[in-house]
Design a protein around this ligand. Structure first.
Ligand code: KIV
Length: 257
């Protein structure tokens, strides 16, 4: 799976599946089950390190986990998160993105919209594929909180305008987190690059879940999570997740806003 495949999925109306992984064993499992992309998310701050948020995750941790996951991936597109404070200016963003690519990432993801124009442009100018992240941005938890974004007209328009700006700067995909399903649909229909939703409704071009959430390991998961391991094995749960996304049976209204 390469970046062009991901974009062509949208044109073909094929839903994209993505799961987070942080080590070689989970990466190998998800990859062998046929997931389209694997995200080394900075959610490792929560699920691996046991912190309350992602702010403690640094480049050293991202590089270690990206290298581990890369050893387990054969087919999936490997996306790595740029952690908190690792893209405060264009030079820093480029240097850190290059380190993640050298560690095995195919694409890097960074949170935020037009305020990061210089970073997006610098990565694009240097041929580094970028995934945006709009809606709820966990790295901004101290100002944003963990709550649904884009609920009023003004905020929804900001997200929409950010998505269009990111596309115009060459960003190849956008993760859209925790917004009303109607806004998820509007964003996906307004741009030509794939919108991978997490709590953004079934009309996004794909879905991503934290692997541990999908396997029911997380104790108090958010509303947008479904535990696919109600019976069976991690392998059958992963295949059930993939099938449910492909068939648009996940998320349902129960996992949407
Ligand atoms: O870090 C992460 O796991 C993420 C997902 C929530 C999309 O960014």
């Amino acid at each position: 799976m390469n970046i062009n495949d991901l974009v062509s999925f949208k044109q073909l109306g094929k839903k994209i599946t993505c799961l987070t992984a942080y080590d070689a064993s989970f990466a190998q499992l998800f990859d062998a089950c046929g997931v389209d992309s694997i995200l080394v998310g900075d959610s490792l701050g929560n699920v691996i390190q046991g912190h309350e948020n992602t702010l403690s995750v640094n480049m050293q941790a991202m590089l270690y986990h990206t290298q581990s996951v890369a050893r387990g991936v054969k087919h999936a597109l490997l996306i790595s998160d740029m952690p908190y404070q690792s893209y405060t200016n264009a030079e820093q963003a480029l240097a850190n993105a290059q380190r993640l690519m050298q560690a095995g990432a195919h694409m890097v993801k960074l949170e935020g919209g037009r305020e990061h124009k210089a970073c997006f442009n610098s990565l694009q100018d240097n041929n580094i594929a970028v995934c945006g992240h709009l809606g709820l941005q966990p790295q901004s938890v101290l100002t944003m909180g963990y709550k649904v974004q884009g609920k009023n007209q003004h905020d929804a328009q900001t997200i929409l305008d950010d998505a269009k700006a990111l596309e115009s700067w060459g960003v190849k995909a956008i993760v859209l987190e925790c917004v009303p399903a109607s806004l998820g649909k509007q964003v996906a229909q307004s741009i030509n690059i794939p919108v991978i939703g997490i709590g953004a409704g079934v009309d996004c071009d794909g879905q991503v879940l934290v692997g541990y959430d999908m396997l029911g390991i997380t104790q108090h998961p958010p509303k947008f999570v479904k535990n696919f391991l109600t019976n069976g094995t991690p392998k059958s749960a992963t295949k059930a997740f993939i099938q449910a996304v492909k068939n648009q049976q996940f998320p349902t209204d129960a996992q949407s806003y």
